[in-house]
Design a protein around this ligand. Structure first.
Ligand code: ATP
Ligand code: MG
Length: 438
């Protein structure tokens, strides 16, 4: 659920910390996410009628589509799944069917709710775990007569005086090892479900493990937390959360635009689109936690659509993604910002790496401009791979230092325009070489 405080402007601002430009995309996504929360708070029948703003992000390679997805994943407090459309094959072919994305999302939702509940009961679980730990440290029948010694022990535990002592705790392990039943190809879905089933069927054996007191405290508290959390309730809440606030990001949607009519490895591609229809439109999907409805899941798709167009998608699917947002090619000015501004900016990354060698790495403003210019130039002369080019250019530039360091006596490295020219000129001028190296 987009939290109350997460207004569209705040979502956009949060995305601004990592993604340069692409304001239309950030804005549309912020609205779509906020609309989930708004719908949740609508009263009456009209609530059911309000459908999610499914949208497609369209833009050339390396301009921030996947990056946006990664960042909203961290931002929203809702079941969120990011998946590549190329992972799927049409029902009937070997591979993952599209419904598995809903099953995956349900697993995510269950884990989220469970984790939240476990935090809620953490205090109580800790106390109960402590009681059990004392039981283990002070074996004996009568808790009443041991009352005094129990209190003493508790005090010692709190002071941490026993932390280097060992204690035997019972743990439960499967009495036969779970084996991989299928090969590595395709059937992973069946495989995990089957493994779940097997592990719930297989009898568990009690074993003792010798661990330090502090570790025992953790393990026991964890076990108690699991006991305190009612899984029925968790599943019910997880289902509600998925059905009302779940978000699925389908990356590389353009790759499902296959060669319709042609035989070959692509034969199942547009079948994937057809399989997607009911899920995006709204249908029931069977998961191991029961049926879930997909009507109000928000779908965000992304694709470069370079050799294909969104209108090459099957028409029904186009209709289910009413909002199209374009992302734009990045320019020199964007590259300069991308190098320096985002919290994970490349320059910041290299500075951090060099610091581990005791070196203070700095860049002259002009040097950064030159790096951006080279990236643009190489994109123009070879293939345009967008901001990904910055990674390769930066690596080529820093390569020598990365190999040489640490060097005794070198505490500061300042990169100037000249260094950039020198480091990259030869490679860039030779297009063939550039193709290999950058
Ligand atoms: N607008 C941007 N702001 C900041 N960094 C960006 C931006 N666009 C791209 N990058 C950087 O380039 C990398 C690649 O971008 P991203 O994965 O988003 O490409 P994409 O648009 O999904 O391309 P593709 O169509 O090839 O999947 C990101 O990891 C990020 O470091
Ligand atoms: Mg991508």
């Amino acid at each position: 659920m987009a939290k109350k405080e997460l207004t569209p402007k705040k979502i956009k601002k949060e995305l601004d910390r990592y993604i340069i430009g692409q304001n239309d995309a950030k804005r549309s996504i912020a609205i779509a996410i906020r609309n989930r929360w708004r719908r949740q708070n609508v009263k009456g029948f009209i609530k059911e009628e309000i459908l999610p703003n499914n949208l497609i992000l369209i833009g050339p390679t390396g301009v921030g589509k996947t990056e946006i997805a990664r960042r909203i994943a961290k931002l929203v407090d809702a079941p969120f799944l990011k998946i590549e459309a190329t992972k799927f094959t049409e029902v009937g072919y070997v591979g993952r069917d599209v419904e598995s994305m809903v099953r995956d999302l349900m697993n995510i939702s269950v884990n989220m709710v469970k984790a939240r509940r476990q935090v809620e009961v953490a205090e109580r679980a800790k106390k109960l775990g402590e009681e059990r730990l004392i039981d283990l440290l002070l074996p004996g029948e009568d808790k009443e007569t041991q009352k005094e010694s129990r209190e003493k022990l508790r005090n010692l535990l709190h002071k941490g005086a026993l932390k280097d002592k060992y204690v035997n705790i019972p743990v439960y392990v499967h009495s036969f090892p779970l084996i991989e039943i299928f090969g590595p190809m395709g059937l992973e879905e069946v495989n995990t479900d089957l493994q779940d089933m097997m592990s719930s069927m297989s009898p568990k054996k009690r074993k003792t493990r010798r661990v330090k007191v502090n570790e025992a405290k953790e393990i026991l508290a964890q076990e108690e937390a699991q006991k305190l959390v009612d899984m029925e309730e968790v599943i019910a809440e997880a289902k509600k959360s998925l059905e009302n606030s779940g978000i699925i990001f389908i990356d590389e949607l353009d790759k499902t635009v296959g060669s319709e009519g042609k035989a070959g490895p692509d034969v199942s591609r547009s079948g994937v689109q057809r399989d997607l229809l009911p899920i995006v439109e709204g249908s029931n999907v069977m998961t191991k936690y029961g049926m879930v409805e997909t009507d109000h899941i928000l779908f965000i798709a992304a694709g470069a659509f370079t050799s294909t167009k969104p209108s090459d998608l099957i028409p029904e699917l186009q209709g289910r993604f009413p909002i199209r947002v374009e992302l734009f090619s990045l320019k020199k000015e964007d590259f300069i910002k991308i190098l320096t501004e985002p919290e994970n900016a490349l320059i910041k990354q290299y500075t951090a790496l060099f610091r581990t060698e005791g070196v203070n790495l700095t860049f002259d403003k002009k040097a950064i401009v030159a790096i951006a210019e080279y990236a643009v130039l190489v994109n123009e002369t070879t293939d345009d791979i967008g901001a990904r080019r910055l990674h390769t250019v930066m690596f080529a530039l820093m390569d020598n230092w990365l190999y040489k360091l640490p060097v005794r006596g070198i505490k500061n490295i300042h990169i100037e325009e000249n260094d950039v020219q020198e480091g990259l000129k030869d490679i860039v001028q030779n297009v063939d070489l550039a193709r290999y190296i950058l």
